[in-house]
Design a protein around this ligand. Structure first.
Ligand SMILES: Cc1cc2nc3c(=O)[nH]c(=O)nc-3n(C[C@H](O)[C@H](O)[C@H](O)COP(=O)(O)OP(=O)(O)OC[C@H]3O[C@@H](n4cnc5c(N)ncnc54)[C@H](O)[C@@H]3O)c2cc1C
Length: 368
């Protein structure tokens, strides 16, 4: 039986482990942390990733447990709608709208399909011929899946001269709070605030703002209140009822120089390890899921690189471009940007959706 070792049990590694197991591989998953997916935040799963999840029989469970992104759109910080989205139009065009759920819910669904995960097992070294070293010993594999995230040690070993992730100039906050709200993402002069309903009368809130890398505030919730004071409803009220302990701060980096390939020898890079991107398109995990399904159904790793490198590189670039636009602070640039979004918004939801065709209309290599 062919043996695969998956390094990292994030969304990418878990999906790969489930898909490879389904394809008849013996799979070992090595995770350095003591538990899977500790980040207590929401996750948007777009139609392309739902289609990929269908291949391993997880799509319908996600649809059942997730909130459908209703009709929302982009607003200014005063609450004026610049453009609108429609879940119905998305469903008609792509078969599904984007859905939202707790990260842990998706991680647990994937873990049920994956083989047992060896926790507390950091991988120290991976060689191109498939040797994986951990503190517990050495494994030999026919395939090593490096799903070890944005700071991937495996990527650094395989491509030592590749520039590392670049700071996008903004930091992010994520939290979950009780309540209901219309979905929206509001853009100000440098800051963004997103409000996305989850099932069970909960809201996934996220925000970004320019900040030096590595910074922290004495109280992150207080920092959010300060930054978003005076923004439209329900933002201040939502922050008022947020538990400070549930606010997670993460600096935003992206891998602006793609590796020359997503594989070397028997090792495949997957997810953020291969193509970490800013979160502006909500596609980081979705692309990791696409990678995983493609990998499990691709005959050799050259074909995997050939399929995934040209697919993900423009998405990384597009996310970064949006990230830059959201960080603009110059009032003239902000006004011009908002006018442009408003004009595009007037063309209607179908026109807005059409711009996402190349991302959302992706088809997996097989249909269940
Ligand atoms: C603010 C924010 C919002 C986001 N929102 C969305 C969204 O709505 N939709 C979306 O699709 N994406 C979103 N993303 C992106 C998404 O979170 C990532 O792209 C995704 O989690 C990457 O998954 P991964 O499995 O590749 O990596 P990770 O989730 O980083 O997992 C890597 C795993 O590898 C383990 N690991 C690392 N090194 C080792 C080692 N040496 N040995 C063993 N294990 C190791 C880590 O502990 C970790 O568990 C967002 C990101 C941010 C920052």
């Amino acid at each position: 039986m062919r043996h695969a070792v998956v390094v990292g049990a994030g969304i990418g590694g878990l999906t790969a482990a489930a898909a490879l197991k389904q394809q008849g591989w013996a799979v070992t998953v090595l995770e350095r942390a003591a538990s899977i997916e500790p980040v207590g935040a929401g996750l948007a799963i777009a139609p392309n990733a739902l289609r990929a999840l269908d291949v391993i029989g997880v799509g319908d469970q996600v649809r059942k447990l997730a909130a459908f992104q209703g009709s929302g759109g982009i607003r200014t910080k005063t609450g004026k709608w610049l453009s609108r989205t429609s879940a119905e139009a998305a469903e008609k065009r792509y078969g599904d709208p984007t859905v939202l759920l707790h990260r842990a819910v998706l991680a647990n669904l994937l873990a049920e399909k994956a083989p047992e995960i060896e926790l507390n097992t950091p991988v120290k070294l991976v060689t191109a011929d498939g040797v994986v070293s951990t503190s517990k010993g050495e494994l030999r594999a026919d395939l090593v899946v490096a799903a070890d995230g944005i700071r991937s040690r495996v990527r650094q070993t395989l491509f030592p001269s590749l520039p590392g992730p670049v700071y996008a100039g903004v930091t992010s906050w994520r939290f979950i709070a009780d309540g209901t709200a219309q979905p929206s993402e509001s853009w100000g002069d440098g800051q963004v605030f997103g409000v996305m309903p989850l099932v069970g009368e909960q809201i996934y809130g996220y925000a970004t703002a320019p900040a030096p890398p590595g910074g922290t505030a004495p109280g992150e919730l207080a920092e959010l209140r300060r930054l978003f004071a005076g923004w439209h409803d329900p933002i201040p009220a939502l922050l008022d009822r947020t538990d400070p302990a549930r606010v997670i701060r993460t600096d935003i980096f992206s891998l602006e120089t793609a590796p020359p390939a997503f594989h070397v020898g028997k090792v495949a890079l997957l997810g953020d390890a291969a193509h970490a991107m800013t979160p502006n398109l909500g596609q980081g995990a979705c692309q990791a899921i696409e990678d995983a399904i493609t990998l499990a159904y691709t005959t050799d790793l050259s074909a995997y690189s050939a399929a995934r490198l040209p697919r993900t590189t423009p998405i990384v670039k597009r996310s970064r471009t949006i990230s830059r636009m959201t960080a603009w602070r110059n009032p003239l640039a902000v006004a011009a940007r908002d006018t442009m979004i408003g004009l595009a918004g007037r063309l209607g939801t179908t026109a807005a959706l059409r711009q996402m065709d190349s991302v959302f209309a992706w088809e997996p290599p097989v249909r269940p």
